[in-house]
Write a new protein. Structure first.
Length: 195
């Protein structure tokens, strides 16, 4: 997003119209594609992730591997998973795969997972007596845990730059090779139209 904001700033300032802090007339949304490798790095910063349910169960996730599904506008992530705790009586390792959409939460400038779906769950060494229970309940628990999970927080300075240039975050679209981020011109307020 920083590259897009710098590019946008150059365009706006080079036309000498940035002083008005409104989008240039006729200029519509700006889009920028964040490459998959950069997305992978950003998501990797959120892991390892640990979630405990008292001392009954401890979930640890690490080493995310990202994939893109442009046709469905979704991102996929496979994570290494470790379950332990009194409820499990042992430590089990494996992988969990999920895919999800993204949404922006303006209250805290975070990009969050949404509509999370577990696509695979593999745990080594789980006794046959527990396999059915794990396969039935673990995906639901993971979907609830990760729905609305913050993946990234946009800095206040980046948000202020976009706002100062008269733009706001418009949305995300998964495209081949990355994530397209769109900045939309902010709607004019009634005070802006008074001459």
């Amino acid at each position: 997003m920083k590259c897009l904001l710098r590019w946008l700033a150059v365009v706006v300032f080079s036309t000498s119209l940035a002083v008005c802090a409104k989008p240039l007339p006729g200029l519509g949304p700006f889009s920028y594609v964040i490459p998959q490798a950069q997305l992978q790095q950003a998501i990797a910063k959120r892991f390892p992730y640990r979630q405990g349910l008292g001392d009954l169960l401890d979930l640890q996730l690490q080493a995310p591997r990202l994939s893109l599904f442009p046709a469905r506008n979704r991102i996929g992530t496979v994570l290494e998973l470790t379950l332990s705790g009194r409820l499990m009586n042992d430590v089990y390792s494996g992988t969990i795969g999920m895919d999800y959409g993204l949404r922006f939460e303006p209250r805290d400038n975070t990009i969050r997972m949404t509509r999370v779906q577990v696509t695979s769950l593999n745990l080594d060494g789980v006794p046959p007596a527990y396999q059915d229970m794990v396969q039935r309940y673990a995906p639901r628990l993971a979907e609830q845990l990760f729905d609305d999970f913050p993946l990234h927080q946009i800095s206040a300075s980046d948000m202020a730059r976009a706002n100062g240039l008269g733009y706001e975050l418009g949305g995300f679209k998964v495209v081949p090779g990355g994530l397209q981020v769109t900045l939309n011109p902010k709607p004019s307020s009634p005070a802006d139209s008074v001459q």
